[in-house]
Design a protein around this ligand. Sequence first.
Ligand SMILES: Cc1ncc(COP(=O)(O)O)c(C=O)c1O
Length: 393
Amino acid sequence: MNFEHLLATRTHIMEVSVIREILKVVSQPGMVSLAGGIPSPNSFPMDRMRELTERVMGKYESNAFQYDLTEGFIPLRETLVDYFRQKQIIASIDDITIQSGSQGALDAIGKVLISPGDKVAVEAPTYLAAIQAFRSYEAEFVRMDMDDDGLIPESLEDVLRTEQVKFVYTVPTFQNPTGRSVTLERRKQIAEIVQKYEALLVEDDPYSALRYRGEALPAIKTFAPENVVYVTTLSKVLAPGLRIGICVAPPLIKKWLAIVKQGVDLHTSTFSQAIAAEYISGGYLNEQLPKIIQLYRPRQEAMLNAIERYFPEDFAWSKPEGGMFIWAEGPEKLDMEELYWKAIERKVAYVPGKFFYSQPGEGKSTMRLNFTMVDEATIERTIRTLGDVFKNR
Ligand SMILES: Cc1ncc(COP(=O)(O)O)c(C=O)c1O
């Protein structure tokens, strides 16, 4: 049977991403992958998880396994009100919806807001799976410039002045893929600009808790609460398999996020949400976070030091204060996809950076490196190998 003709026109837009094809080799035996974007399993509080499971079963009994509200489990949303207040994000229970991962929130936002051909403004480069989610609703993309200090406010303003965009999507803290963070000054400017143009900004913030150095930065949401949909997740500070994403949205958007979720999965897993509620309200997130940071900080330092030591002089790279990624860029003519195959021969994988751009042709000489999944000695060895590959290009 050939069912090709049954596929919706929309489905064809979600063509198999080339990145999946090139990353297939990553699981070959002996390969060390700096290509991932996932937390170390050693960051999961396994003993605590056992204890929380018992506690959830005792406290919520069969309710932990029952259907629940589409907007999210009330004890979790209650505890999040306090959690957000500590971050100067003022949200009531009604403002908060729980989604199946922040990816679920991004998809729902796309579903609520994007009609075919609508424009979404994104950083160049940006989070690949956000492009995929928005593209599935037939969005078109307008690029915004970044530098070492993150999204450039003037570029955002240019876009809002000259284009009709449905919303702006940004990852302002320890961005995936670059690791870059928008400075405090720029956060305020960005907030002013979206207010001036009465624009909607989606602030995707999975990484801000993973800070290894420097001062915490307030979310853009704190400067423009009515214009920002704030999205965060427990994937990097508890466990991604629980699929707990959190969205704080203005009332109209929030109402529609709940309506579309009814048609998707009714609600996020009650059991996962109950675990998350107990994890945060019991103070265990605050207890676990320093352990996660202690695990990642030396890995990040090892990677930055090794890059400094082994990468060719004509390379530049980001020096983030947290997160999971480092972004490197070679001279303009370099093709990081071509060099990827040479690195694979030497059993090291990374992600060529061009896949993180919404516009074809950009980012040919860039790459993303992840440091959370490998120990310091392996990082040192693999970065030396990559340095070799790049020097002998
Ligand atoms: C910027 C960004 N947004 C969203 C996600 C999705 O995370 P989750 O759906 O696990 O919350 C990720 C995951 O890597 C990410 O890097």
